[in-house]
Design a protein around this ligand. Sequence first.
Ligand SMILES: [Zn+2]
Length: 137
Amino acid sequence: MEFITFKQDENLRKICSYLGQSPETFSHNTLRYLEINEWIADASDEWGKRLEDILNESVDPPVLLGICLLSVVTNDSVITDAFLNLVVVGKGDCPNCGDDLERFEDGGYGKTWEVERCSCGYYHSTEPAWDESYEDV
Ligand SMILES: [Zn+2]
């Protein structure tokens, strides 16, 4: 699993607490299993996608069977839902997709601010809130 992992979110926490596993162990083992079966690719194409959407692209019956089995074994739809809602991300710092953020300084009107930007559309800037008076300058 060089390029993908699961997003650290509520779904991952639910499953790991249910299984008593660390997020690192669970993510590594699960993704490796999915990759060995060719249900997922260890590639940036998958970043930002929900696991259910990735598995739906595979029409392989064992995938559906596996999900049914998960429901039966856990007897808990919360865990199955959490599993399907896991988000596959890269290992970079974008909070949406896990790509590496592009960081640069921008500025105007005698001020500078930091901008963080990602190819997925994520955008964060520390640009100050301008009041009306600046617009006419
Ligand atoms: Zn991103």
